[in-house]
Design a protein around this ligand. Structure first.
Ligand code: AMP
Ligand code: MG
Length: 321
């Protein structure tokens, strides 16, 4: 019989990221089911290939409605609602700008101002028409493109959690490359919480700024060091400001959100990133289920209320504010 304290790790590369599943039993079948589910959802939601349900919607922009499956419809609806929040920097129709910048992909370079200005009118969330009765989506203007890159992993992590629970697994960790979701506590006599590493911005991949301890929570980080390029000494990163068409520029290096659901973590990392620290802390005081860690360019680590996590700072280049 296997010891309950032993950790079994399973890995795969999906969605362009290393995926890690940790269980406390040797259960290859569960791991295979998890990776199959991730692949199925990726196949529906990706915009990095010519074909997916989402790409069918994009290809039909300005022409006709496209019927999509329920999860895709649900996710697009949620992304539209978040995009329409007052002062939201989240914009599900950011696709044309993301494609033009190609940040983190071959050939990335700063587009001309006239290119950016010509693409901005294509990023209008209110022009995403949703017909719930037929589960169909229509982009009103030719050239519009939905990009769910900011929330797809969060959504998928939550579906993995549902699947693990259905299989009777209550203690596990899934890491979708930046989105970590934990089920219960680690089944380990010496460890009553999961320790999740927060990467040091622009450090080596295994260099940690600190650790975040949680039980049964999602931990999602959005950082400008995750995908970027440098041109003439300026860093251009992958979170774009829908008002200007350029990368969001403020005091932040990263935002980490601790929440129950990973979709919330994914939505709020982007929203809070756009708000900056001061506004975010004010906003978070009205959201008891969402907590956050901000890392600033001046080396400060700022924590919201800490009901759902414990943070330990490890790197001396940074200090707790
Ligand atoms: P994340 O890794 O969750 O921070 O999401 C970053 C990804 O979201 C980018 O690579 C783009 O695909 C997409 N994205 C960039 N800017 C925005 C934005 N303002 N609103 C929504 N999605 C965005
Ligand atoms: Mg996100």
């Amino acid at each position: 019989m296997s010891s309950p304290e032993r950790v079994y790790s399973y890995s795969a590369t999906l969605m362009g990221s290393p995926i890690l599943l940790k269980l406390f039993e040797d259960n290859q079948q569960a791991a295979r089911a998890v990776f199959r589910l991730i692949k199925q959802l990726e196949d529906l939601l990706t915009v990095n290939r010519e074909h997916s349900q989402l790409m069918n919607v994009n290809h039909a922009a300005g022409r006709h409605h496209v019927v999509v499956s329920e999860p895709v419809f649900e996710l697009i609806s949620q992304a539209k609602a978040v995009s329409l929040l007052p002062d939201s920097c989240f914009n599900l129709t950011i696709g044309p700008l993301v494609k033009r910048w190609k940040i983190g992909f071959h050939g990335d370079q700063v587009p001309s101002l006239s290119d950016i200005q010509s693409l901005l009118p294509l990023t209008q969330p209110e022009k995403v028409q949703l017909a719930p009765s037929s589960c169909s989506v229509f982009l009103e203007q030719a050239g519009m493109e939905i990009d769910l890159g900011a929330i797809a992993k969060g959504y998928i992590a939550d579906r993995v959690r549902d699947l693990l629970r259905q299989m009777g697994i209550d203690h596990a960790l899934i890491n979708l490359g930046g989105n970590v979701l934990t089920l219960g506590s680690p089944q380990h006599a010496m460890q009553n919480a999961w320790g999740i590493g927060l990467q040091k911005p622009f450090g080596m991949p295994d260099e940690l700024l600190g650790t975040i301890e949680v039980v049964g929570k999602s931990v999602v980080t959005s950082g400008i060091y995750e995908r970027y390029f440098e041109q003439n000494g300026t860093i251009y990163h992958h979170i774009l400001d829908p008002n200007t068409g350029y990368p969001l520029n403020n005091e932040l290096l990263s935002v980490t959100v601790i929440s129950d659901d990973s979709i919330d973590g994914d939505i709020y990392t982007t929203l809070l990133y756009g708000m900056g620290v001061e506004k975010s802390l004010c906003y978070l005081s009205t959201l008891p289920h969402i907590e956050a860690i901000f890392v600033t360019k001046s080396g400060e680590v700022i924590l919201s209320s800490q009901r759902q996590f414990r943070f330990t700072l490890l790197d001396t280049d940074y200090h707790l504010a």
